[in-house]
Design a protein around this ligand. Structure first.
Ligand SMILES: Cc1cc2nc3c(=O)[nH]c(=O)nc-3n(C[C@H](O)[C@H](O)[C@H](O)COP(=O)(O)OP(=O)(O)OC[C@H]3O[C@@H](n4cnc5c(N)ncnc54)[C@H](O)[C@@H]3O)c2cc1C
Length: 503
């Protein structure tokens, strides 16, 4: 049985054409850094800012001139005042996406070290603000390094949730956590057969799952088009979080350490260069527009898709290979605000997603398909967020640092989603875009850079940064402390994976 794909292009609502700034999503969910008004931005693109000499590093550009000027002025006043205090922290983290913020949180809550968290924009303005929130094992390959890291990372989210609950917090409010399970949906007979073998593989790896026939799917998830679905695999223990709510909670927790002087955040503050001691070649801090922030132990680069631009600058200046194989992989996500008539119980993903997704750490995964280098791949993903909004994804493409909404990509997402969820045809929505930090060898880069003491990378998580954030944070903290790590981390070390400056 094959699905007949109906054209829904004519039904695409024009209101899909506007981009939701992830930072404003944070604001909507209460994630507002009021002290600096830094979440007042309307939209985000990236431009080249000239650095001294010929070096350039990509930093955020504000699109709304009025609001942008206001928040830049505030940020400048703030950082100048801070710089006058001669900033020095044990650990300086570059990038306040989920990876950088989770790392700050782990260091502050498990050690006595102090942390400066620096972002060129504001938290959630990178890929994190666009993330759909899957904390899933359903689509990962057992036996790979990525599998072990994801499994451990998922268990750390569960522990974090338990701790929050024990301290009286609502998981719905603190993390947007929903125990939905995950449903991989087949639309051909071949896919349905392969799902049955997949269940077997994951069950043997300790992931409980159940196979559903089309009739069972129709009973459990009536919104799914029964004529299209040929079978599905349900994974009981997968869950979802909401990126903005989770970031809100992590930031709230790290700010508790500010009064005691162990935590400092510098937002709207691009890091332009790293500072290296001429005597030992050690990284001892970073340069920001207002001056310098020194590190006693380490500088952690968690700048997501922009890591390559920063490290290219550094690499060019010092003439050593420091550029990780990480580039931006753009994604679109549609947000259909409730009320709507698609009451999903589980998080849903079509089986095709597995082919378009490159699981970080999976040694077996294929390299990006040649067609993908210039084209767009789209697979259906569908979840409900804590407010009941329907999130429909997602696309993958290499489009540089451009985060503009592309109507034809949205049309393809709606077309694909309507195949499984016909009800989406006539709905209105908004669009989120984000740049996943894609690592060309499929593995995140986490760990110290050889021959450059004091420098640690934590980037390249592609479509799994939310899932892997806590595990990455733990790895980085243990590496700084020179403690044992609970998972095998050698596949993620930058060793042998960095190249020299690109022209
Ligand atoms: C549509 C979509 C759906 C997704 N769904 C999921 C999902 O369901 N589950 C999942 O696990 N993952 C998902 N992801 C992937 C996930 O969002 C990313 O892997 C993750 O957010 C990466 O986090 P990060 O902190 O590394 O990067 P980012 O969130 O991009 O943060 C990097 C930060 O560094 C800052 N920065 C850059 N350069 C500098 C500089 N020079 N100085 C200072 N700061 C700098 C940026 O401003 C930015 O805030 C999705 C991604 C997209 C796009």
């Amino acid at each position: 049985m094959e699905c007949v794909m109906n054209s829904v292009i004519s039904a695409v609502n024009p209101s899909f054409g506007s981009r939701v700034n992830p930072a404003s999503l944070c604001e909507k969910n209460g994630l507002v850094h009021r002290a600096s008004s830094s979440f007042s931005r309307q939209d985000t693109t990236f431009s080249c800012t000239k650095l001294p000499g010929s070096a350039k590093v990509l930093v955020p550009k504000l699109q709304d001139p009025e609001k942008g000027v206001r928040s830049i002025r505030k940020a400048r006043r703030w950082t100048r005042a801070s710089a006058a205090a001669a900033l020095e922290y044990d650990v300086v983290i570059v990038g306040a996406g989920v990876v950088g913020t989770a790392t700050a949180h782990h260091i502050l809550t498990t050690t006595k070290l102090s942390v400066a968290l620096i972002d060129a924009q504001v938290p959630c303005s990178g890929a994190t603000g666009a993330g759909q929130g899957y904390i899933w094992m359903a689509h990962r390959k057992p036996g790979t390094a990525g599998w072990a890291l994801a499994k451990h990372g998922k268990s750390l989210w569960e522990t974090f949730a338990e701790e929050l609950q024990a301290s009286g917090e609502s998981l719905q409010e603190a993390l947007g956590l929903r125990h939905t399970g995950s449903l991989l949906v087949a639309s051909t007979d071949d896919q349905a057969r392969s799902l049955q073998s997949w269940i077997q593989v994951l069950s043997e790896a300790g992931i409980p799952s159940t196979y559903w026939t089309p009739v069972e799917v129709a009973n459990m998830e009536p919104a799914l088009a029964s004529g299209c679905v040929t079978g599905a695999a349900y994974f009981h223990e997968d869950f979802q979080i909401d990126a903005a709510l989770t970031m809100n909670t992590l930031l709230k927790k790290v700010r508790e350490y500010a009064a005691g002087g162990r935590y400092k955040e510098l937002f709207n503050t691009p890091v332009q260069q790293l500072i290296r001691s001429s005597a030992e070649g050690r990284i001892v801090g970073v340069e920001i527009p207002a001056g310098k922030v020194f590190s006693r132990n380490a500088v952690v680069i968690a700048s997501g898709a922009w890591t390559m631009t920063l490290m290219n600058t550094v690499s060019a200046q010092w003439g050593i290979p420091l550029v990780p194989p990480v580039k931006p992989r753009k994604g679109h996500l549609l947000v259909i605000e409730g009320p709507h008539n698609i009451p999903l119980k589980s998080g849903i993903m079509e089986v095709d997603y597995l082919a378009n997704y490159h699981s970080p750490g999976s040694q077996e995964r294929p390299a990006a398909k040649p067609a993908e280098e210039s084209g767009v791949s789209v697979s259906m993903t569908a979840t409900l967020d804590p407010s009941g909004n329907l999130l429909l994804g997602s696309s993958r493409e290499f489009a540089g640092f451009n985060v503009d909404v592309e109507n034809e990509v949205i049309e393809r997402i709606v077309e694909r989603a309507a195949l499984f969820l016909p009800g989406v045809r006539s709905m209105k929505g908004k669009v989120r875009t984000g740049l996943r930090p894609y690592s060309s060898d499929g593995r995140p880069l986490v760990g110290p850079v050889e021959d450059v003491p004091g420098l640690i990378l934590a980037t390249g998580h592609e479509g799994s940064g939310l899932c892997l954030a806590l595990a990455t944070a733990e790895l980085v903290t243990n590496m700084i402390q020179e403690f044992e790590n609970p998972v095998e981390f050698s596949p993620f070390l930058p060793r042998g994976r960095l190249v020299g400056a690109l022209a």
